[in-house]
Design a protein around this ligand. Structure first.
Ligand code: HEC
Length: 141
């Protein structure tokens, strides 16, 4: 059950530093390099809003450990390969989890995370389902 995709150091650096920077500088509509798509399929405006908010929250708080686009890193698992049911997801995000040297702190009480767990989950499920590609989801129409 290997969840975290091994990545070279250079690749990790590129993901953690350069892609988010590029996205921030270039106005965020470019999908991550080398990937098709990057746009959300039309769902409903409410779902689109949740996913877009989830994308923002994920990138602000989770991506430096869990990797760009939910793909995982050398030290935190992918959150889209084997998505947890919502209750378990929320439990880990709120309370954190420790398994040996593998530690995630809890985000309960973090105003940038706790109120938006469902949105982050919606974003990651859409990624897992392939409804949206890499990069910033399109705005709702
Ligand atoms: C400081 C690094 C770090 C940050 C930041 C972080 N995580 Fe984690 N996360 C981890 C590690 C490491 C694990 C694995 C813990 C373990 O082995 O039990 C983990 C595990 C998880 C799991 C369980 C995955 C599974 O398949 O069992 C979920 C869900 C999760 N994180 C969600 C999030 C979300 C959402 C955020 C942002 C709000 C976040 N994490 C931020 C390091 C981090």
């Amino acid at each position: 059950m290997v969840r975290a995709r091994p990545m070279s150091f250079a690749r990790t650096c590129r993901r953690r530093l350069i892609l988010p920077l590029l996205a921030a500088v270039l106005g965020q509509n470019a999908p991550a390099a080398g990937q098709p798509g990057g746009r959300a399929e039309a769902t409903s405006p409410a779902v689109d809003r949740a996913i877009l908010n989830g994308y923002r929250r994920y990138n602000a708080t989770c991506s430096h450990c869990h990797g760009a686009d939910g793909l995982g890193s050398t030290f935190a698992p992918s959150l889209i390969e084997q998505p947890l049911p919502f209750e378990q997801f929320a439990e880990v995000v709120n309370n954190g989890r420790t398994r040996g040297n593998s530690v995630m702190r809890g985000f309960a009480g973090d105003p940038n995370v706790a109120p938006y767990i469902a949105d982050i989950y919606a974003y990651l499920r859409a990624r897992a389902a392939g409804t949206i590609g890499r990069g910033r989801p399109a705005r709702s129409r």
